[in-house]
Design a protein around this ligand. Structure first.
Ligand SMILES: [Zn+2]
Length: 411
């Protein structure tokens, strides 16, 4: 034991040399001595146990992901034969979840019925050709914005039926909406021979109805009977509004700013106004399970640099910052540019780096969007996000424990 103690003393402290970064695959997670540890197999096959400070927590880290580590070697443990394992106190950990995303990405069939409803003898005339074209368009919009997570297997998976006459109603409460849905589904089964139970999403296109003050309405999540959304008059023909209500069906809440429930204009879960197509913002795309962060940052020492691809160019483009000091919410960094359905993004959001906060319930708050040279200090963490430049369509962004982006700023 004495020999071992001496060896330990000699080995302490060994810094991974300046600038040297361990890099490899996380092969195991473990919990010992009330602390969490990650086990990493480096590119040269050596094994490392990564000790984490209590400031870190690792919900997004899983086996199979690629990680980069800066830290201090605390000790070396002999395993068997020539094998040994270094125990490293982690100062900085950056996880690339590019490998994990392939395992976690699950396709979900988008099957839908669009009900063209004639309420209360209203004169509003439905345009069936347009509704049918819209379902094809909507499917393309969904597929692109969710990187193929939601999509229809065939054109027949999305049907348009009607006209369905419904009697006059007096109010516009949730129970009124459900009763219109039930009546429309009964009518479809009895009079149109449609088995509505074999479709998951049910979109009710209603006549304009003065008792309702909304354009669209959607259930947050689904029931065993399916997922429901309702649209009044012309809004049912607006794919942006439909995409917003479907987002609620997928479980999304609104994309807000600190003082406006619908204030994040960069996301279709913000205000959906006429013709305002754009994709879900980066944190909502993560919430959907349609994308995975490119990096997960759990602590910051010095300056950490990232390359962010354009949000809609790949399903692993954002940086998630999770730290003990910001428990209860995460920050997400992303780079938006007008490609795919984001080509409809308002000009003020083009080529900007976005900083979002995501609360535990999934609601996103837009904190800042910046031009090159811009910076934003993350509350509670005391680190500043610097937008250092763009090279080959990727944003160079750094995270710096300080407040001055001009320190060490070269790309
Ligand atoms: Zn909404």
């Amino acid at each position: 034991m004495l020999v071992r103690a001496v060896l330990l003393c000699l080995a302490l402290p060994v810094f991974l040399s300046r600038g040297e970064v361990l890099s490899g695959e996380i092969i195991k997670l473990s919990y010992a001595d009330e602390s969490e540890a990650l086990h990493l197999r480096a590119q040269d096959e050596r094994l490392y146990t990564l000790r984490l400070s209590k400031e870190s927590h690792f919900d997004l880290v899983e086996t199979g992901v690629h990680a980069q580590v800066r830290g201090t070697v605390l000790s070396t443990r002999k395993l068997r034969d020539d094998d040994q394992e270094e125990i490293v106190q982690v100062q900085e950990l950056i996880v690339d979840s590019g490998l994990a995303r392939q395992k976690r990405h699950t396709w979900e069939a988008f099957t839908s019925v669009t009900y063209a409803i004639q309420m209360c003898n209203a004169e509003f005339g439905h345009d069936f050709e347009r509704l049918k074209n819209n379902t094809v368009w909507l499917n393309d919009y969904l597929m692109k914005c969710t990187f193929g997570k939601y999509g229809a297997e065939s054109v027949e998976a999305n049907i348009v039926i009607g006209p369905i006459p419904l009697p006059c109603a007096l109010g516009c409460t949730a129970s009124d909406a459900y009763s219109w849905a039930r009546s429309a589904q009964d009518y479809a089964s009895k009079n149109l021979s449609v088995d509505v139970s074999s479709y998951k999403y049910h979109m009710f296109m209603l006549s304009p109805y003065h008792a309702c003050n909304w354009a669209g309405l959607g259930t947050i999540g689904c029931t065993s009977k399916g997922c429901f959304s309702w649209f009044l008059g012309k809004y049912g023909y607006d794919i942006g509004v439909v995409m917003h209500e479907l987002g609620h069906n997928f479980g999304l809440l609104h994309s807000t700013t600190s003082n406006n429930e619908y204030g994040d204009g960069s996301c279709i879960m913000g205000m959906a106004f006429e013709g305002s197509y754009r994709c879900y913002n980066a944190p909502q795309t993560l919430n959907l399970g349609a994308a995975h962060p490119k990096h997960v940052v759990t602590s910051v020492q010095g300056r950490v640099k990232f390359l962010l691809p354009i949000h809609m160019s790949t399903n692993a483009s954002s940086v998630v910052i999770r730290m003990w000091s910001s428990r209860g919410y995460n920050y997400v960094l992303s780079y938006r540019a007008p490609i795919s359905y984001d080509s409809y993004l308002h000009e003020e959001y083009h080529n900007k780096v976005f900083v979002h906060k995501v609360r535990g319930n999934g609601k996103t708050v837009l904190l800042a969007y910046m031009d090159i040279g811009g910076s934003y200090t993350l509350p509670k963490i005391g680190a500043v996000v610097c937008f250092d430049g763009v090279l080959e369509e990727k944003a160079h962004v750094s995270l710096y424990k300080g407040d001055d982006c001009s320190v060490n700023a070269e790309l």
